[in-house]
Design a protein around this ligand. Structure first.
Ligand code: PLP
Length: 475
């Protein structure tokens, strides 16, 4: 493809994208494609001769679009949002076009340095303690700072590896078999997966307390640690969550942090979804004690208008990360820099992901971002009000951030599952269920960049009508 053909086709594609965003609201939110729908529609091999961009785009329209679930629909209320924005898309487009590799500072100095700067901006926006900043007041690099990882799951794993390096630095290698990791059973499954990947022998998922709205009770943690110590084991890694996936429960960070310090454990905070609300003064109570954490993570690619992938991680001290992950073969020996990000992550290659944050943060600014989060939180409160005013439903956990968990009252759970299924089959909205204390619960998560009050009211009307039907059928 020549440059002029690219110029024209790329402009056409931007038109297509703008039209898509204009009509995404009218498309069925969840794809109804059956598994295996696509392979029979496509050739079994790549073409021998070049095809036109028009031919490719035509297949996108006819074959790929029917297999899409529209995560950018204002009627998407499933999982957590993975929202995007035009400014972030501009940054990502530029990153794709520049295609530089930022694993070594010398590979592309701006790619490394912009990431360091932008993560300091974001840390300050989120009111993170100064110990997580890369630059001191004298603009000299300190011991810690931020990095963009691909996902929160990678972050949990990378933090575990750092924790292990720190714990094992002063112990004989055979002590590795005694290492114990802790979190609540409401924490994300990536913790167990990180233990599987790293070969961590003991992973304690301590039952969260329903009476504490599914938070981890510090006394339960202390009891588990004491029992492990008595058995000769070594507590080394604790993950606290601000905003669990099922119900947005918040662990008592300051108390967990004090326990972690007492036992010299690495304390990681997973705030993948809710962490961005740290920029709101009224949410500060959830974030007390962050200075006791060794690492903190929030995904800009969930609720902060930055398209996937952009999982922001900060550490107070990067040395244990480097001890775990630094390896320099001969071909990578270059003029080094304290911030060679290859030493902070598992892969070698890395995209210029800070560009999308750079565009997004500059083109929104703090005030608009705060307004945007408050708008979703207010819509979440509206959902909770609608549920409370309908006697057929009950709220299961207090609505937090922009998530409301509810179910049909005094039913077996099958009815709530049937209701959510009916909502999803309608194509007009998309939600998922979870399980809390063995009960099937509907999750209504808000965070779509285009979601307005009218979408919430329409979704509730749909839920309400379908509830009548489901209850009549199960009587
Ligand atoms: N942690 C929490 C609290 C989450 O809600 C999620 C995903 O929803 C994750 C971790 C995993 O996120 P990722 O897909 O970035 O690995």
């Amino acid at each position: 493809m020549g440059v002029e053909a690219y110029r024209k086709t790329a402009k056409d594609l931007i038109d297509w994208i703008c039209d898509y965003y204009a009509r995404v609201e009218s498309l069925p939110v969840r794809s109804e494609a059956e598994p295996g729908y696509l392979p029979p529609m496509l050739p079994t091999e790549a073409p021998d001769a070049p095809e036109s961009a028009d031919a490719v785009l035509s297949d996108i329209q006819s074959k790929i679009m029917p297999g899409l679930t529209h995560w950018q629909s204002p009627n998407f209320f499933a999982y957590f949002p993975a929202n995007s924005s035009f400014p972030a898309m501009l940054g990502d487009m530029l990153s794709g076009a520049l295609s530089v590799m930022g694993f070594l500072w010398s590979g592309s100095p701006a790619a490394t340095e912009l990431e360091t700067v932008v993560l300091d901006w974001l840390a300050k926006l989120l009111n993170l303690p100064a110990c997580f900043l890369a630059f001191g007041p004298d603009m000299k690099l300190g011991k810690g700072g931020g990095i963009i990882q691909g996902t929160a799951s990678e972050t949990v794993l990378v933090a575990l590896l750092a924790a292990q390096a720190r714990a094992m630095a002063s112990r004989p290698a055979e002590d590795r078999q005694y290492l114990v990791c802790y979190s609540s059973d409401q924490a994300h499954s990536s913790i167990k997966k990180a233990c599987m990947v790293a070969g961590t022998p003991h992973c304690r998922l301590i039952p969260a307390r329903p009476e504490l709205d599914y938070a981890l009770d510090p006394d339960d943690l202390t009891a588990a640690i004491d029992a492990d110590l008595a058995a000769g084991l070594i507590p080394f890694y604790l993950v606290g969550t601000i905003g669990t996936t099922s119900s947005c429960a918040v662990d008592p960070i300051a108390k967990l942090g004090a326990i972690a310090r007492r036992h010299d454990m690495w304390f990681h905070i997973d705030a993948a979804f809710a962490g961005v609300t740290a920029m709101l003064p009224e949410m500060q109570h959830y974030f007390q004690g962050l200075e006791l954490a060794d690492s903190f993570n929030t995904n800009a690619h969930k609720w902060l208008l930055t398209n996937f992938d952009c999982s922001c991680m900060w550490v107070q001290d990067a040395d244990p990360l480097k001890a775990a992950l630094s390896l320099t073969p001969a071909f990578l020996r270059a003029k080094g820099n304290a911030y060679d990000y290859k030493d902070w992550q598992i892969p070698l290659g890395r995209r210029f992901r800070s560009l999308k944050l750079f565009f997004m943060l500059r083109m929104y600014g703090k005030q608009k971002l705060q307004e945007y989060l408050r708008h979703h939180i207010a819509l979440g409160d509206l959902v909770a009000d609608l549920v409370r005013h309908d006697s057929r439903f009950e709220i299961v956990t207090p609505p937090r951030f922009a998530l409301t968990c509810f179910c049909l009252k005094a039913q077996t759970g099958k009815e709530t599952a049937a209701l959510v299924d009916a909502v999803n089959r309608s194509g007009k909205a998309f939600m998922i269920t979870t399980e809390l204390s063995g009960r099937c619960v509907a999750r209504f998560a808000i965070g779509g960049a285009q979601t307005q009050e009218r979408h919430i009211r329409a979704a509730w009307q749909l839920i309400s009508q379908l509830a009548d039907k489901v209850l009549a059928e199960t009587e």
